[in-house]
Design a protein around this ligand. Structure first.
Ligand code: URA
Length: 208
């Protein structure tokens, strides 16, 4: 995996850390859509830049808006729990969202908001260059596949995407919080199966 430098396409080479910092600063200054008017803090993303796995959620919630960090509220605790169960941790992956500012009342971001923000996510993917993009929930999955898709039908499948990368859809952690059963075939059990697959993919690709 490319570790130290990234050609940003204009002849200059940046270390990944520098390139991501530019994206972070631009997210912080962004006023491209109405979400900037109601945000407290933008939430660019965080984690390892040398990871083969990036997690992409929908958009920041209340706690994320307050702290400027992704998945730190109740959904984040559920994500942490799943990661821990399979022997992964947040610092081994990168975590971000389709939109970087909280939609008021945690509504689903509009197509216009997602379009205005998408270049940040694309830049993050280009810089980090992960092999696997874990789409958390139907908003993230539909963003990547550019059509409305059912997460229930697609979860757990590897879907070829651009540049030799794969999309791996799974349930959004908030969905698991709303559907608390944990027995065989339950959303939690299926999400755990998916996370075990994520760990296998991590082990397979971190060596490359
Ligand atoms: N839900 C998301 O989709 N993203 C977060 O960062 C937190 C909750």
């Amino acid at each position: 995996m490319l570790k130290f430098s990234e050609n940003l396409g204009d002849g200059r080479f940046f270390r990944k850390e520098e390139a991501i910092e530019i994206v972070v600063q631009r997210v912080r200054n962004c006023k491209a859509c109405p979400l900037h008017e109601t945000r407290i803090n933008p939430v660019p993303g965080e984690g390892s830049l040398d990871t083969p796995i990036i997690f992409v959620g929908e958009g920041p919630g209340e706690e994320e808006d307050r702290t400027g960090r992704p998945f730190v509220g109740k959904a984040g605790q559920m994500l942490n729990k799943l990661l821990k169960e399979v022997g992964l941790s947040r610092d081994k992956v990168y975590i971000t969202n389709v939109v970087k500012c909280r939609p008021p009342g945690n509504r689903v971001p509009t197509n216009q908001e997602m379009a205005a923000c998408s270049h940040f996510l694309m830049a993050q993917i280009q810089i980090i260059n992960p092999k696997v993009i874990v789409a958390l929930g139907s908003t993230a999955l539909s963003f990547f596949l550019e059509k409305k898709v059912s997460i229930t039908r697609m979860r757990g499948k590897l879907i070829d995407w651009l540049g030799g990368k794969v999309i791996f859809p799974t349930f959004h952690p908030s969905y698991l919080l709303r559907n608390r059963s944990t027995g065989p075939g339950s959303p939690y059990e299926l999400a755990l199966q998916d996370m075990k697959k994520v760990k296998e993919l991590y082990d397979e690709y971190r060596k490359v």
